[in-house]
Design a protein around this ligand. Structure first.
Ligand code: ADP
Length: 194
């Protein structure tokens, strides 16, 4: 079994994060929490790479549609008017398409972040998916106010500064997808590894 300090997660600074000049600030917040950046690169993804990054299974896509429908219900909006359907499995693909368009709209910064409970701690630092609900002090809570109600009305996905893996299995899969067998760097952090 791997040492706890070796847990790795995958993080991507999304187009709005890069364009707001938040690359340094985001890295700083991970490093401040004693997490270690072991791989880092700015790049422009291809459409296929982005398409293969987000799950294609019906369950995930329907979940996106359901989230949108519940937002519409909450705010009394008419999903039929905007999407021409009330079926989450038909709304989901539309949101997924907006997501890919958004992720391709500027360069991204990808990194592998390593440390104790890296997956959970990075998600905690990133904050809740929906910025308007994310706690102040988290990346999404401090640097975005976007909401699905606004985004879906504007026919785009929610812009929330960063992506980070949800589980260790997802992290392993995403690290392989974006870095292949590429090099990570092993070094000792002062005060953490020695
Ligand atoms: P997370 O990025 O926190 O893991 P999800 O996997 O649920 O969140 O969703 C992936 C991304 O899709 C989100 O980060 C957000 O950019 C976008 N998104 C999720 N739900 C919606 C929605 N209802 N409307 C628009 N965009 C959405």
């Amino acid at each position: 079994m791997k040492h706890l300090k070796e847990e790795k997660t995958y993080v991507m600074i999304k187009p709005d994060g890069v364009r707001k000049g938040l690359t340094g600030e985001i890295i700083r917040r991970f490093e401040q929490r004693d997490l270690k950046i072991v791989a880092l690169e700015m790049f422009q993804p291809s459409h296929d790479q982005m398409d293969n990054h987000y799950p294609k299974n019906e369950e995930w896509i329907t979940r996106l549609g359901k989230k949108t429908l519940s937002t519409y219900e909450k705010y009394g909006y008419d999903a039929m008017l905007d999407f021409g359907t009330l079926e989450p499995e038909k709304i989901g693909p539309e949101i997924r398409k907006w997501l890919i368009d958004y992720m391709m709209s500027a360069p991204l910064v990808k990194m592998i972040v390593q440390g104790v409970h890296a997956v959970d701690v990075v998600r905690k630092i990133a904050g809740e998916t929906m910025p308007y609900l994310a706690a102040v002090g988290t990346i999404r809570g401090d640097y975005s106010i976007d909401s699905p109600a606004l985004a879906n009305k504007e026919k785009r996905c929610v812009t929330n500064v960063v992506h980070c893996s949800e589980t260790p299995d997802e992290a392993e899969h995403e690290i392989k997808h974006w870095f292949g067998e590429g090099k990570t760097y092993d070094y000792k952090r002062f005060g953490v590894d020695e």
